[in-house]
Design a protein around this ligand. Structure first.
Ligand code: PLP
Length: 414
């Protein structure tokens, strides 16, 4: 019966057995480091499977061992997150960055090549540019708008085509909402996989797990900063990776040894957040559509980057229709003028808070060039259309008229 139900109907109950927790309607916080075995034979059996010495038997119930390997708050959360992306398995991490870096470290070895879309999140960009090369890993970037043939040519010209192991995509990209064709990335990966697997991994933080499902578009792994929409209340840091059982087993094994799983308290908070995930995100999207439409017509605004405003008939619009089921709640726009005008706008907002991060219940505004993207070089900023005039908004669950009034009064001061 549950197979036919929508994820939002199952977020309160899926994977949890009240009879194992004194009938408690909610999954308790299992604030414990270790778990008691019934007897030594059982402990031996659990470890045999955990360390891959043998497969789990068909009817074998495996118990818990130690909270770095597994904990009920993480396991139930992982099972629930799988429902949104129709994934076989999920691994939860203590941050989005630990989810991303664990994937990069598991699937790339010295001499390998990573092909990645840019712009990517600042932390990811730093890890790819400054840490992976120190391990002897080759890195190659491509941009939204480059055709499949151009990307293939880039790989062929890199001198490392035979060592391509990972295609890494972030879409829509932060802060300009440029979008990447994941199906085309799958085809590029397949073109170079004659002798080994080429994994396609997508950072879906901006849209997931509601409005884009990369696994259904050909990706092998989907990654999240759960700090953003999944957590949704700007009160925790966490990450997630989802995909096939085989790939997630590799990711979870490295997680066990890096020790970067989330703790039970974070797992519990995320389960609480998942109950309202769809409600929150749909309200945020409705508000964002209103705010984007208001900005689009404002005389002090030069241009608005919002998926809901893509021009019908354009190639981007066609890709948007193929990949996304909604336009999301992230907006960026160019104010007429430069840094002075942008700062004046940011400094006069009253309801919308001036802060980085995104996806929370409250609306936030920030200046990418001097804040989230301060580490990006000048020439790169120009390539990515990140100018002094660019402002990014993460739209929350407030009443849209109050948000628009705040934007209006602040633009008035510019
Ligand atoms: C915030 C963010 C990250 C990093 O996540 P943390 O939870 O802060 O470690 C990665 N990718 C994107 C797109 C993000 O917005």
């Amino acid at each position: 019966m549950k197979e036919n139900m929508r994820p939002e109907s199952l977020m309160m109950s899926y994977g949890y057995k009240p009879e194992l927790s004194e009938g408690s309607i909610k999954c308790p916080i299992f604030q414990t480091s270790t778990f008691v075995f019934k007897n030594a034979q059982e402990g031996k059996a659990f470890f045999e499977v955990a360390y891959g010495k043998r497969e789990q038997l068909p009817n074998e119930e495996l118990g818990l061992i130690y909270s770095r390997i597994n904990n009920p708050d993480l396991e139930i959360l992982e099972n629930r997150l799988c429902l949104w992306d129709k994934a076989e398995d999920c691994a939860i991490f203590e941050s989005g960055m630990s989810a991303i870096t664990t994937v990069l470290l598991e699937f790339l070895k010295p001499g390998d090549l990573i092909l990645y879309s840019h712009p990517v999140y600042g932390g990811t960009d730093h890890f790819i540019h400054h840490f992976l090369p120190s391990l002897g890993i080759h890195t190659l970037g491509f941009q939204a708008g480059q055709s499949e043939e151009e990307i293939m040519a880039l790989v062929n010209d890199s001198g490392h085509a035979e060592n391509l192991k990972l295609v890494y995509v972030e879409s829509p990209a932060n802060p300009t909402n440029t979008i990447i064709d994941i199906e085309a990335c799958r085809r590029v990966a397949d073109a170079f996989s004659a002798n080994h697997e080429v994994v396609v991994a997508v950072d879906n933080t901006y849209m997931g797990p509601l409005w884009q499902h990369p696994l259904s578009l050909g990706a092998d792994l989907v990654m999240y900063s759960a700090t953003k929409y999944i957590g949704g209340h700007s009160d925790l840091i966490a990450g997630a990776v989802l995909g096939s059982k085989a790939l997630i087993t590799r990711v979870k094994t490295l997680r066990t040894f890096l020790g970067n799983m989330a703790g039970p308290w974070t797992g519990w908070l995320l389960m609480r957040s998942l109950e309202t995930l769809k409600l929150r995100m749909e309200q945020q999207q409705r508000n964002a559509i209103e705010v984007a439409n208001y900005l689009k017509n404002h005389p002090k605004v030069a241009k608005v980057n919002y998926l809901g405003l893509l021009e019908e008939g354009s190639p981007e619009y066609a890709l948007y229709k193929r990949h996304f089921t909604g336009s999301g709640a992230m907006i960026s726009f160019y104010i007429k003028g430069g840094e002075e005008e942008a700062f004046r706008f940011l400094d006069h907002l009253e309801l919308i808070k001036l802060a980085v991060s995104l996806g929370g219940t409250e609306s936030l505004a920030q200046h990418p060039k001097t804040m989230t993207h301060a580490g990006v070089s000048e020439e790169h900023l120009a390539d990515l259309n990140i100018s002094d005039a660019l402002i990014r908004l993460s739209i929350g669950v407030e009443h849209h008229e109050d948000l628009i009034n705040d934007v209006a009064q602040s633009l008035e001061k510019v």
